[in-house]
Design a binder for this molecule. Structure first.
Ligand code: C5J
Length: 222
């Protein structure tokens, strides 16, 4: 059933995947990329528990689960100069910090927070951009698995979550963003970003919450 008929939400587990965007220490813990940009990283931590609930329900339902990490090669050859120059503060991508070099693959800060550690067999995609489709094999993985619907969680609501949902929408996927399992350093951006998705009859997706999505997954798996 289409996500347009989302009352109660029904999901086809065989064609639905959960994608958890960038729940990395670099965004959620002090000393990483988020903090380097001047943000209060504690604001993102409310998304951890709903993501844990989603992960448990999705695993029980047998969904394809994909984790993403934003970050760059140690030599920064995959980072556009425009991205490296931004930020305004004294530290930049690639500089040393308390969790290793900021936003660099293989460094401690680049890892996913331990509460949401990927299980063996769950694909982890390294992405150099904000969108999860850009310069990754996400489209190939989804096509090979017959996925048409994405449940989307992670951070940040208005940047990497939004970019990924917009990319997915243009590729024909139905996207359901899980409102309490996404998070932003800016509560107002979070609220407006969610409103933008569903405006005009679902202009590029849908929004639900983790309780309803977990209930739908439990029903679908029964
Ligand atoms: C940002 C992200 N905000 N994962 N990245 O730079 O949203």
């Amino acid at each position: 059933m289409s996500l347009l008929d989302a009352e109660p939400l029904r999901l086809d587990v065989s064609s639905t995947a959960l994608i958890i965007i960038d729940m990395q220490r670099d965004f959620l813990e002090p000393g990483g990329f988020g903090a380097m940009l001047g943000n209060d990283v504690s604001l993102l931590r409310s998304a951890i528990a709903p993501c844990q609930a989603l992960l448990a329900a999705a695993r029980a339902a047998g969904l394809l689960i994909i984790h993403t990490r934003e970050g760059h090669r140690p030599d920064l050859s995959d980072a556009p100069p425009s991205k490296l120059a931004r930020g305004g503060g004294p530290k930049h991508i690639g500089d040393p910090g308390p969790m290793g070099r900021i936003l660099i693959r293989g460094e401690p800060g680049h890892g996913i927070v331990p509460e949401l550690a990927p299980a063996p067999g769950e694909p982890v995609l390294d992405k150099p951009g904000k969108g999860a489709f850009y310069q990754t094999d996400l489209a190939l993985i989804l096509a090979n698995a017959g996925i048409r619907t994405l449940l989307v969680a992670g951070v940040t609501t208005e940047v990497c979550v939004h970019t990924t949902v917009r990319e997915a929408n243009d590729r024909g996927y139905e996207c359901m963003v899980v409102s309490d399992a996404v998070g932003s350093y800016f509560p107002e951006f979070h609220r407006v970003a969610l409103a933008m998705i569903t405006a005009q009859g679902g202009i590029f997706g849908w929004v639900s919450d983790s309780a309803r999505v977990c209930a739908a997954l439990t029903r679908a798996a029964a």
